[in-house]
Design a protein around this ligand. Structure first.
Ligand code: SF4
Length: 277
């Protein structure tokens, strides 16, 4: 049994209205991940339409995976959902993937980055940007392709993290070859879905909101699998997701208003869906 909710959200790029079906009974947190991502993608589409109407071009194309060398953060619910997705893959695909993840882990260990990523994943408090930035830079300096990348295409496209879905640029694609040196222009993101799911999970489990680096997401999810088996009423999970979305949208309106007006805004604050570089 599902219950249908009509959702309306005012975003800085326009009004989003959509219907969402949520199971009426108790559901695990992973069951709310797809609808939360869908809302994020629909909000993202409004940004795309607005950018195109303003004469901008979205440079991102299939086969361009320059940004798949950055560190991608996942919320705990997304890490659990990714684990479930990988578990149901055909054996040969799963084995290939797990081998690539293992190779990536070995390299990160050799480079002294793995333990630093693990500290991020298991932090008992939200990590401030000044602690995250050096870790993120050290990771990006290695230019390690994401272990989920295959022939420069995402092999888990339908299950990829929200942070991957949210990164679109309007600057020339060649600038993305070096995201530290080059000034790229990401499309604004009014709701960071990974952060929203992380906040919901933090509230549900009385734990600090955490972001888990993608290369270790499966390992982290396995370590915490018991937590993923808890269930909550579907409508209550949706309420919490929407509540956090409204807070993000309110902040996005404020940021853009300030940035447009007197230049006193927080440039990039709502536009950087990944760990900062
Ligand atoms: S999950 Fe897919 S889209 Fe995201 S960084 Fe990895 S390969 Fe790229």
């Amino acid at each position: 049994m599902v219950e249908r909710f009509e959702v309306a959200l005012n975003t800085p790029a326009g009004r989003l209205t959509t219907a969402i079906d949520v199971p009426t009974g108790l559901i695990p947190i992973t069951a709310i991940v797809p609808v939360t991502r869908r809302l994020g993608e629909e909000a993202g589409q409004l940004e795309v339409q607005q950018a195109i109407a303003a004469g901008q071009t979205i440079s991102c194309r299939m086969g361009c995976a320059a940004c798949c060398r950055m560190l991608v953060p996942l919320s705990a619910p997304e890490a659990f959902a990714l684990r479930e997705y990988v578990e149901q893959l055909p054996t040969d695909r799963r084995t290939q993937l797990l081998n690539r993840i293992s190779t990536t882990k070995d390299r990160l260990k050799r480079e002294g980055v793995w333990d630093r990523l693990n500290n991020v994943a298991e932090a008992s408090r939200p990590m401030p940007d000044d602690e995250l930035d050096p870790i993120n830079r050290a990771y990006y300096a290695l230019r390690i392709p994401c272990p989920y990348l295959e022939d420069e295409m995402c092999s888990i496209y339908e299950a990829r993290p929200a942070a991957c879905r949210e990164l679109l640029v309007t600057s020339p694609a060649e600038l993305c070859q070096d995201l530290v040196q080059n000034p790229v222009t990401p499309l604004p993101v009014s709701m960071r879905i990974g952060s929203i799911l992380g906040l919901v999970w933090g509230t549900l489990t009385s734990s600090p909101p955490r972001l888990i680096p993608l290369p270790m997401a499966l390992e982290w999810a396995e370590r915490h699998v018991e937590e993923s088996r808890q269930t909550w009423p579907g409508s209550s999970l949706l309420d919490q997701v929407l509540d956090n979305m409204w807070r993000f949208l309110s902040q996005a309106f404020t940021n853009r208003h300030e940035a447009r007006g007197e230049g006193q805004g927080v440039p990039g604050k709502d536009t950087d869906p990944r760990f900062h570089l």
